[in-house]
Design a protein around this ligand. Sequence first.
Ligand code: F6R
Length: 339
Amino acid sequence: MSCFLAGFADQCFEAEKIGLEAKLPRRYINKKFKNVVLCGMGGSAIGADLIRDYLKYEIKLPVSVNKDYRLADFVGKDTLLIALSYSGNTEETISAFRAALKKKAAVIALSSGGKLKRLSLKSRVPFVKIPAGFAPRCALGYLFFSCLVILSRCGVIKSKKKEIKKTVGLIRNMGCLMAPYVSVKDNEAKRIAGELYGRFVVIYGSTSTTEAAALRLRSQLAENSKSLSSVHLLPEMNHNEIVGWRHPGRLLKNFAAVFLIDEHDLKEIQKRIKISWKIIEKTGAKVIGIRSAGNSLLSRMFSLIYISDWISYYLAVLNGVNPTPVKMIDYLKKEIGRR
Ligand code: F6R
C-alpha cells in the first residue's frame, strides 16, 4: 500500500498518456452527445464521482455516475457511456455495459482485462487497457486521469493538460511530506491518523466540492484501515444529522468529526462549517479539519484524496491490520457468483 501511495504521482502521469493514446472511433469525436454516464462500483466508481464533481460547473451536459446493474431510461444513442471496472469482472458494471449496448449508446470500456475486455472486443467497443497488478482502489490515478483525457478527446470538455501537470507536481511534493520516513510532528497524515485512532469517524464534505473526497475517505478507512465511519454533506447535514449529535451521550467523546474544507467552498458553506464545528465540539467529540491544497480545482480535489489515502494507511498501521486485503469483498463476490 505504501508503494502505491509513493508512486501515485507517477501513476497519474502515466494515466494521462494512456488516455491520449487510447484508440477511439472517429464517430465519437465531437459528436453532439446529450449526456455522459460513467458506470462503475467501489474503487472504480470513485474516479467517476470525482469526474462528476470536477466537471459540474463547466460542462454543459449532465454527467451521472451509475453504480447499479440497470441504467436510467434517458440513456440512449446520444449518450457517451464509459464503463470502468479495474478487474473487468464486476457484475453490476458488466450488466450496465450490456444494457448500454442494447440502448445503442456510444460505449467505451476501461479495465485491466477480465470479462469487460472480452465483451468489448467481441462487440467492437473501444477498449482502454490500464496496467494490471493493483488493488482497484489503488488504481484511482489510472481510472480518473485516463477517463478525463478521453472525455476531452471526445470533445465534451476542454483539454486539462495544464491542470493535470500541476496536480501531478503537487502530489509529488505532498508525497515527500507524508512518507513513512517523515516523523509524526512534521507529517500531517500521521498526526491525523493518531487523532482518529480508537474513534468512530464521522466525515463531512460539501456537496460538489469535497463530496467525492469525503466518499473516498470513508471507503479508504473501511478497506485499508478496516474501520467503520460515516459520511454526510453540507449543507444537507445541517437540516437533519446535526440534531443527532446528542446520543449516545457520553460515548460521543469517542467520536471524531472530520470536516473536509476547501477555500473555494461557498461563503455560506464556510459559515455552516464553523457553526457546525462548534456544535459538535461541545458534545466532547474530537473535531478535525482537513484543508485542500493547490491552486486549481483538480489539485485541490486530489490533495484531499491523497492525504486521505495516507491517513487510512497510517490508521491501518495503528489498528495493527494489513491495509491491502479486502477479504469481505472477495467473499461476497465469490458467494454472489456461486448463486
Ligand atoms: C477493492 C475495491 C473495490 C472494487 C469493487 C469493484 O480494492 O476497492 O471497491 O473496486 O469491488 O471492482 P472493480 O473495481 O474491479 O470493478
